[in-house]
Design a protein around this ligand. Structure first.
Ligand code: FAD
Length: 291
């Protein structure tokens, strides 16, 4: 099923992101994770793709397994290190596997200059243009706190608009921990003529130390309320799990309450975290079943 059709139904929905095993790691390990996540009845599951190879070999296989569990899959695809022939190969493999949805991404700049892009695709918009004629439902990434390489959020939004006009059906945000940042960004997008559905990306934080580093790199703002949680519970995994699930749940409830219907949870392949969040949301997502 195409994600644009799911988003059009106007009901609150939660989707999950997973990452595939590396090439040298047995595929079997991910099956149990996918099955447990699929059991939660997410709207769809997205499967990440390595910027320059790495785990990319398994993206289509995992996406295909997701669909065999009855959940629509969204396959991520990065283009920075790709040639036209490589993208053609990915399109053929995805189509053969029955995948209808692709998240079009540039990928992060490699640190090693020897890994530099062959230059066929400099930005995600180039990939969108390449994929548009093939009939997939296409998504892209967006950044409520501005992409770290971009000098100004208005410039970033203008480039996002160009990417959308090239053929995106929806966009998914980078994680954020302050919903007000998201609300202000969404209002700006609408004002600047970006009208496609925007899926809010939520990261449940269960590892305090890791998140401080990730936020430093991505420029994501950590509210003082969130910092206090990490400072107090960051060294105790059980407490951090409780607090991380509670914080993410509160963010999601607030988003739904304010009319944002689509939330994407960065599950980090931790089904126990996703299960606890979904338990907290069951009455909102499935009021008839929960009654
Ligand atoms: P782009 O849209 O190309 O933007 C990148 C930068 O270039 C921005 O600063 C933008 O302002 C600028 N830009 C865009 N167009 C132009 C133009 N025409 N001229 C000049 N500048 C321009 N990475 C992975 O490797 N694998 C994944 O599976 C993955 N999944 C992700 C999922 C989500 C929801 C998000 C938010 C990110 C994901 N990423 C993933 C990370 C992503 O690859 C990086 O953030 C990357 O740095 C930018 O990718 P993009 O698709 O947003 O790039």
């Amino acid at each position: 099923m195409k994600i644009c059709e799911i988003l059009a139904n106007g009901r609150p929905s939660v989707s999950f992101e997973i990452f595939p095993p590396r090439r040298d790691v047995p595929f079997d390990g991910i099956r149990a994770t996918v099955e447990r996540l699929a059991h939660q009845r997410p709207a769809f599951m997205s499967v990440t793709y390595g910027a320059a190879g790495g785990a990319s070999a398994n993206t289509t296989a995992v996406a295909s397994f997701v669909q065999s569990c009855g959940v629509p899959a969204l396959a991520h695809l990065t283009c920075l290190a790709a040639s036209h022939e490589m993208i053609d190969g990915e399109i053929a493999a995805l189509r053969k596997a029955g995948i209808e949805n692709i998240l079009c991404l540039r990928g992060d700049m490699p640190k090693e200059s020897s890994d530099a892009s062959p230059g066929h695709f400099l930005h995600a918009v180039d990939l969108v243009r390449e994929l548009r004629p093939h009939g997939f439902c296409l998504g892209g990434a967006c950044y409520p706190e501005c992409h770290p390489e971009c000098e100004h959020v208005e410039v970033d939004i203008a480039r996002l608009r160009e990417k959308v006009e090239a053929g995106l059906d929806f966009v998914t945000t980078q994680m954020f921990f302050d919903n007000n940042i998201f609300y202000r960004y969404l209002a700006k997008l609408r004002d600047r003529g970006v009208t496609v559905p925007v899926i809010a990306g939520i990261m449940p934080v269960t590892n305090g130390r890791q998140i401080s580093r990730i936020c430093r790199l991505s420029g994501t703002y950590l509210p003082s309320r969130f910092k206090a949680i990490v400072d107090r519970f960051g060294d105790c995994p059980a407490a951090m799990l409780d607090a991380g699930v509670a914080y993410a749940t509160e963010q999601i409830v607030d988003l739904f309450a304010n009319g944002v219907n689509s939330v994407h949870v960065y599950t980090m392949n931790k089904p126990e975290v996703a299960e606890r969040i979904m338990d907290n949301l069951r009455g909102i997502l499935e009021p008839d079943r929960a009654a």
